[in-house]
Design a protein around this ligand. Structure first.
Ligand code: TYM
Length: 335
């Protein structure tokens, strides 16, 4: 029997090259070796307000993009989180065994509430923001996934999922949950913002020069990369380069698969203008075929809905089975 893989992505903003290099590329690659479930996590998206019409269209756009990057519905299951009620059901049960202190320590939570507080907006911070990693643990544990491919930024959440599983197992005296392991790509685990290489590239960070979206036209990709922040050196120096140059090189290496020696030979001493042109061309070359497939996939409006429907039907029995076991284990009423 193949080991089971689960991962998720939020339908907020357009998926970018950080998502692709840190997670999605790997999803497509490993789908033949594992039983893979890939989840569009719309319940996570609403931890921050989303305009309903936009969220609805982002979910379908993201499903189309996942198919375009090579997720093959014959080998993987593509599913929208909110179409399987057991995600939220299990999340509640896990919430009840998770100490609040564990959640308050999450760095992503702390960064988000700090950013919201300093934005001086009127919106209060929803409780969902704190519970976010418990829902993520539920996504993973619901399907008893052994492997969870994510970018570096999700590593702490995954550790927490393991802690929650362990706590549940020890509280109820049963080895009910499988312990999930991370699975990080060696290059591209953390791609930084082009405009500010100190922060990770993110779907929700504003600024037209921040992220390269997988749907950006080639001219936009070139423009964004040509404007990327570098440092005060005139040319690439592997010994002293700053985080902006490092990030551009990481993007190039992740897209081309060149080894470290080839990178050094090619780029050492190259002026930043030429570096950026080279990186832009490697990004455009990798993204253009994805965009072509995306156009083909979205030309048939019923196709994505059929894939998502089949996905939901395939995983429902697995989800039901886990929730029933957890209910029985906790002493909840079962019909
Ligand atoms: P999300 O939607 O922020 O990102 C999806 C995937 O992309 C990776 N990623 C990056 N990798 C490299 N560089 C970056 N700049 C970058 N930005 C994002 C993320 O690590 C992630 O793998 N909480 C998750 C979604 C989720 C999930 C799950 C993941 C919900 N349930 C269960 C795994 C298992 C998130 O917000 O990902």
């Amino acid at each position: 029997m193949k080991a089971r893989v689960l991962s998720g992505i939020q339908p907020t903003g357009s998926p970018h090259i950080g998502n692709y290099l840190g997670a999605l590329k790997n999803w497509a690659k490993i789908q033949y070796d594992y039983e893979s479930i890939y989840c569009i996590v719309d319940l996570h998206a609403i931890t921050q307000y989303q305009a309903p019409a936009e969220l609805r269209s982002r979910i379908v756009e993201l499903a189309g993009m996942l198919l375009a990057i090579g997720i093959d519905p014959k080998h993987s299951t593509l599913v929208v989180q909110s179409s399987i009620p057991e995600h939220a059901e299990l999340a509640w049960m896990l919430t009840c065994v998770t100490p609040v202190g564990w959640l308050e320590r999450m760095t992503q939570y702390k960064a988000k509430i700090e950013a919201l507080a300093s934005a001086a907006s009127e919106t209060s911070i929803g409780d969902g923001m704190l519970q976010y990693p418990v829902l993520m643990a539920a996504d993973i544990l619901l399907y008893q996934a052994g492997i969870v491919p994510v970018g570096d930024d999700q590593r702490q959440h995954l550790e927490l999922a393991r802690d929650i599983a362990q706590r549940f197992n020890s509280l109820y005296g049963q080895e009910l949950f499988v312990m999930p392991e991370t699975h990080l790509p060696t290059v591209g685990a953390r791609i930084m913002g082009l405009d500010d290489p100190k922060i990770k590239m993110s779907k929700s960070t504003a600024g037209s020069g921040h992220a390269v979206s997988l749907l950006d036209p080639p001219a936009t990709i070139r423009k964004k990369i040509m404007r990327a922040t570098t440092d005060s050196n005139p040319a690439v120096d592997f010994a002293t380069m700053g985080s902006g140059v490092k990030n551009l090189l990481a993007i190039h290496q992740a897209f081309t698969g060149w080894d470290d020696a080839a990178m050094k030979t090619h780029f050492e001493g190259m002026r930043y203008g030429d570096l950026k042109k080279t990186v832009a061309e490697s990004v455009v070359a990798a993204i253009e075929p994805i965009q072509q497939r995306y156009a083909e996939i979205t030309a048939d409006p019923g196709y994505i809905a059929r894939v998502l429907q089949e996905g939901a039907e395939r995983v429902t029995p697995l989800a039901r089975d886990t929730v029933e076991k957890v209910k029985r284990c906790m002493g909840l009423y079962s019909r």
